[in-house]
Design a protein around this ligand. Sequence first.
Ligand code: BGC
Length: 711
Amino acid sequence: MLNNAKWISYPTMPSGYEAINLKKDFCTNDVKKATLKITSLGCYYATINDKRVGDFILAPGCTSVKRVQMQTYDVTKLLDTNNTIIVTLALDWFKGRINSKNTLEKPDWYQALICELEITHKNGEKEFIYSDKSWLASMSKVRFADIYDGEHYDALFNEEYVPCAEFDYPREMIVNQQGEKIVEHEVIAPHKIFKTPKGETVLDFNQNLTGYFEFKVNAKAGDKVSFSFAEVLDSDGNFYTENYRTAKSEFEYICKDGENVYKPRLTFYGFRYIRVNAFPCEITEKSINAIVLHSDIKRTGYLNSSSPLLNKLFSNIIWGQKGNFLDIPTDCPQRDERMGWTGDAQVFIRTATYNYDVERFFEKWLRDMRLDQFKDGSLPHVVPQYWSDEKPSAAWGDAITICPYQIYLTYGNKKILKEMYPGMCKYVAFMGRDSDRKYLWTGGVHHFGDWLGMDAPAGSYKGSSRMDYIASVFYYYSTVLTVKVGKILGKNVAKYEKLAANILKAIRKTFTEYTTQTECVLALYFGIAEDKKATADKLAKMIKDNGTRLQTGFVGTPYLLHALSQNGYSELAYDLLLQEAFPSWLYSVKQGATTIWEHWDGVNDKGEFWSKDMNSFNHYAYGSVADWVYGVGCGIQTVEDKPGFEEIVIAPVPTKKLDHLSAKIETRQGLVSSAWYKEGESFRYEITTPVNATIIIDGKTYNVTKGSYVF
Ligand code: BGC
């Protein structure tokens, strides 16, 4: 790919995070069609004759460093007789702070461009312009750009061009664009501009979001614009950035004379508030808008209820997904992480696939997972792999089995199973080898456990559920999924079937008691518990003894309500869903959350923060509860042997605690919806299915063909 073009860059490596420009002037005429094929190491921002090429923000996207995606743009309308193409490059995901340990073989690689412009003239003749030594290079007016630290732009900086340098980087790493591009979405005006008790000027956009902003100001040359970003105010109402940890997340701009209109080119921010550190005049609602960025995924799922608090939770889940689906599924979009944490993605994927069409998005990320899987079958904590050699944690590494299987269930995609199956087998083998006891996964010290569980001992992030138990259960679950996938692909899975049976036996023999909420939840949901009733009773008692409140962390929470409703405790599941006291989903809503918090206790009821260093206010993991609302509350379920909603089971579970609950999912087969309304002592159900469905209401089964039904 791009065989005649050369990798080019600035002749010497910039000393810090300065962006560079690569430029080519050329003349042409009688253009019928012009196509630009382009990619880079580092992110690029390209213009032709000062007009932006395409709408992909932070192209070429975030991938394993072993590959880069190439974009193809139709640029016919941008061309004139005399043309200038300028491509600005920043290290960003390739080798910026987020990936300072880039594991490529050559540590001195830095931002570089490769591209080809194909011009077809009206007479049918073709002309090509390739990136090569004839291009010029300069340091850019973007004086600084980094994913974590933000952007500095100096409109007065003189971009002095010198001949560029060619580099001998490989071409085999170039692949066609696979994921969804990141594009601009909502434009949001400031909701409020106010002064904090400290006297600082702060803009409130009333929504925690991921993106950037555009401002407009008339200024004198040399005037400064400077912004900082925050998700929350502290208990005194002051601007608070400590939870961003080392991410500077700042914006600096030096104005030119006259009108200045600007939005950042090579970074993004996670924020609800902007502090105005400097602005040439008084800032007003007209001076600035926030612009939401996320991958161009299509919304497919909608939840609604009679409870305003619950509806706000649903909205927060959607915003959590938008804010963290920026080319890869990230843990959070603001502090010095923003990484493709495998566990978080695994926890949230069921919800993610209903809310949005994320098939392509996950296909790309899973391909990176395969590329970055270690030779011994283990997996990095984060994909793309930004750290060198850690061992995977149970429930994090299992993203390699759980995520592809969910993409198959929701979209009927077998291709991804085929691609990932060898990796699944290797991961299962790794878990077996990493254990000090046969058929269990024990002895590992590298697990995150029930991360952020409320039953964590003081000073620890890890809930009290036993690591060896969690690890063994996920060893079992991943083996079961490997069997399922192997069968779908027509493989001989006898070995894995036997392994799964042996693991189950060993777990049952070794872990005879379940000591925490999460341990009970896993025992129920994964079919470990032999006496389901006793285990469910125990779980229910633990919850009630705790004031009808959960204690689960990342591992237990996604399955908590399922474990209850599958075992006769639907009302208790609703009690937890509707609980408003801490810790609960609605607690954060009542505290004013506009996204999902990382920690149940992000802000306690005195308005204090639970921690400085692990306290994101935009962490989608606990938003995974939406999957229960779609699948149980409203009862819309995929059928394992008819994936992609080819057939549907709809088995709503209503409660008198709500007047109404409804879900709609735009599936590949058409719209499926399920709503129920409390009417006196009973319920009215309205159901629409695009395909044959089994509807189960009040224990009665109705086999229906496509259509709309009222019960
Ligand atoms: C991340 C998580 C992640 C965890 C691993 C955190 O720093 O933000 O969401 O899963 O580390 O335990």
